[in-house]
Structure formats: C-alpha cells, structure tokens
Design a protein around this ligand. Structure first.
Ligand SMILES: [Zn+2]
Length: 199
C-alpha cells in the first residue's frame, strides 16, 4: 500500500462515517456504525447466541426480566431501541449485551442475585453498554488505529522498528478504553435502576 492508497482509504472512511452526538456523553463523535447497522448486527448474532446456549425455560422469570427490561429501556438514553431480554441455559454467572438492544442473562446469574436491586444494577449496566454505543465506539477505534498504524508504516521507515512497541501500546490503550466503558456502564446501571425505583 502506498500513500495514495492511504489517502483513498481515509476518504472512504470519511464518506462512510458520520458525526453524531453520543446519547450518553452528549459529545459529537465519529461513528462508522449506523443505528440500522447496530440493529442488523444484533439480529444476526441473536440466533447464534440462542443456538449456542439454549433458552432457559422459566416463563415467570422471563416475564419478570421483560417487564423490568422494557421499563428500564424506556428511561434509558436510547428509549427507541427495540430491547429484547433473554435467559440463557448456562450455569455460568454472566450477563452481556449485543448491539441493537439484545441483553442476555444466564440462569447462573439469575440464581446468584440476592435481591431485585442487584438484578436491576446488572440490567442497567448492560443497557448502559447499548445506550452509550460502546461496541460502535470500539469498532471505530479499532479501524482508526489500523489506519494510523498502516499510515505510520508507509510514511516512516523508522516506524517499522517500533512497530512491536506500538502494538503493545495499542493493546494497553484498548484495555484502558474497555475499562472506561465498564466504569461508564456501572454509573449508568446505578442511574437507571434508581430511576425505576431501586436503591
Ligand atoms: Zn460491562
């Protein structure tokens, strides 16, 4: 790849990317994933996740997480996302979210909660990841880093000597970003669960 290609690549990025205000931070940011792409990604991942773990058959519990989930989605920073909540048939204590509004709890974590407030905190944390568009931000950062990295290799021969160090630096940077996202989601989890009446 030469400089010309890099310029073209950057231009394409600017064209496909757009600037939008993040619903949580309120700041304008470059995004390479539109809301419809987020929704499409979720629709594509959901059947794979369900097939991998299977759904936990407990209508009462399912009705409960639907009720609380919809209630919290509606007061979140992205109330228009069609949130879906599922309980996976796994003993592992885990909860996670996928872009497009899909939130999963394992039967392991459902059995682990001591009270509704604990559940609400985790629910809010996962909705927080979706509301703050953490996946889209991570995706954008990965693409931008690749461009900067390739750019560095093209522009400077010296950069090649430091490529390994730079790789490690990038790794640390992403670790920090993902910690920042967890902290942001924790705050949102507290705020959202308070809003629907939990302490
Ligand atoms: Zn998290």
């Amino acid at each position: 790849m030469n400089k010309c290609k890099l310029v073209i690549f950057s231009l394409v990025l600017i064209i496909i990317g757009s600037c939008a205000r993040n619903p949580v931070t309120g700041k304008r940011e470059l995004t390479l994933m539109s809301e419809s792409q987020e929704l499409a990604l979720g629709k594509e991942s959901d059947p794979q996740i369900v097939a991998q773990y299977g759904l936990y058959d407990n209508p009462t519990m399912q009705a409960f997480i639907n009720e609380k989930g919809k209630q919290m989605g509606a007061i979140s920073h992205r109330p228009n996302i069609p949130y879906e909540f599922k309980i996976l048939d796994s003993p592992v204590v885990n909860a996670f979210a996928v872009p497009g509004g899909y939130v999963y709890f394992t039967r392991g974590i459902m059995g682990h909660f001591n009270n509704e407030a604990e559940f609400a905190g985790v629910l809010g944390h996962e909705i927080g990841h979706i509301a703050a568009k953490h996946s889209a931000r991570q995706y954008r950062d990965q693409i931008l880093t690749q461009i900067i990295f390739i750019g560095g290799l093209i522009v400077s021969k010296d950069f090649q000597k430091f490529a390994d160090v730079a790789q490690q630096g990038i790794g640390l940077m992403f670790l920090k970003f993902s910690r920042d996202h967890e902290t942001e989601s924790d705050k949102l989890g507290v705020a959202y669960s308070t809003k629907i009446g939990y302490n």
